[in-house]
Design a protein around this ligand. Structure first.
Ligand SMILES: *[C@@H]1O[C@H](CO)[C@@H](O)[C@H](O)[C@H]1NC(C)=O
Ligand SMILES: *[C@@H]1O[C@H](CO)[C@@H](O)[C@H](O)[C@H]1NC(C)=O
Length: 327
């Protein structure tokens, strides 16, 4: 692991300590582990040669935060940390107990499924307070979501983080402009986070003040009330990039039955089978911990010999997104 690259997202207050650490070398590793663990997230910068990914890593910075709870720290969160989570510019686990091993944050809320809305509000407040100016985008996911972070950056690149906008798997009911399902995750611009905390949360006319409520629908309503656009996350071919089920469900033409809520809830027309999903897909929900490693291997390691991957040009964004101003 290249230590200097490691340091890109480290909080400034620790820079002095860590610079010292570099000179001393790995013998002082325990210092990092014990004293700065919570701020030294093991970020994996794209390897040399992956120039485009490396460029996007610097240009489109993403803080990922995972909604979890104490029982899942070992069972799920730690596996996210070892797989896709390390590709975020910063990775945080929002919980109700601290945990030095995964750097979990203890939020001041009651634990329980029915309080997810309270936890989400506290998590975004925490991010606002500690990280708002450090990153451009803020991705929320569950602890059973898999994310292809490079594709997230590719989708976000055309947008300024000063635009009031957010993206995810857009569902139709309950909110006029649609809302983003919680499981596949949603990504808020810096401006969306700012408005949420400064304008929406203090005003119960704009945002549900109770602790209980459906996290994703309530967030969607708040966003609409503060004029944060529910963005279109489809690719240039109109295919979705955030998915509420694992790939094997979307790829099977019959797994998601024709009577499933999915078809009615999807804001844009969805399809099942081999054409279900963008080749720049961003997230899948309901991924077992062991399948995080399977996906990591299939996406990042396995290569069909002799076949080169051809990326869409970055400039495709201009064609794709000229109509969206975000305001
Ligand atoms: C949202 O837009 C409406 C209509 O333009 C405006 O009346 C309202 O003040 C805006 N609200 C916020 C929080 O920006
Ligand atoms: C989906 O919508 C159609 C038409 O509005 C309705 O007939 C059907 O019952 C709905 N299905 C589900 C699962 O909600």
């Amino acid at each position: 692991m290249n230590l200097t690259k490691y340091l890109i997202t480290v909080r400034q207050t620790h820079v002095a300590l860590i610079t010292f650490g570099i000179f001393i070398g790995f013998s002082f590793n325990f210092l990092f582990e014990t004293q700065t663990f919570r701020t030294v997230v093991k970020v994996e910068v794209p390897k040399d040669g992956n120039c485009v990914a490396e460029k996007l890593f610097m240009e489109v910075t993403v803080l990922c935060w995972v909604l979890t709870y104490p029982t899942n720290h070992r069972q799920k969160a730690s596996h996210i940390q070892r797989t896709w989570g390390k590709r975020c510019n910063k990775l945080l686990f929002m919980s109700t107990e601290t945990d030095d091993e995964i750097g979990a944050i203890k939020l001041p809320v009651t634990e329980g499924r029915e309080y997810l809305w309270a936890k989400t509000k506290e998590a975004i407040k925490y991010i606002y307070k500690h990280h708002l100016n450090d990153y451009d985008w803020f991705l929320k996911v569950d602890d059973d979501t898999y994310v292809i972070v490079e594709n997230l950056r590719f989708m976000l690149r055309p947008y300024a983080s000063e635009s009031p906008i957010y993206f995810g798997c857009k569902f139709k009911p309950f909110v006029k402009q649609g809302y983003m399902g919680g499981g596949p995750g949603y990504v808020l611009s810096r401006e969306a986070v700012r408005r949420f905390v400064e304008i929406a949360l203090p005003n119960k006319e704009l945002c549900l003040a109770d602790d209980e409520g459906s996290e994703d629908i309530e967030l969607g309503k708040c966003m609409e009330n503060i004029n944060v656009t529910a963005g279109d996350s489809r690719d240039i071919n109109g295919k979705g990039r955030f998915f509420p089920f694992p790939p094997k469900h979307h790829l099977n033409p019959v797994w998601i039955g024709s009577d499933s809520w999915y078809w009615n809830y999807s804001y844009y027309e969805a399809s099942a089978g081999v054409n279900c999903c963008s080749h720049n897909a961003i997230s899948f929900h309901y991924i077992d911990p062991e399948d995080l490693y399977v996906l990591d291997y299939l996406i990042y390691e396995l290569q069909p010999y002799g076949i080169n991957q051809v990326n869409d040009p970055l400039d495709m964004r201009i064609v794709e997104r000229t109509s969206v101003t975000g305001d």
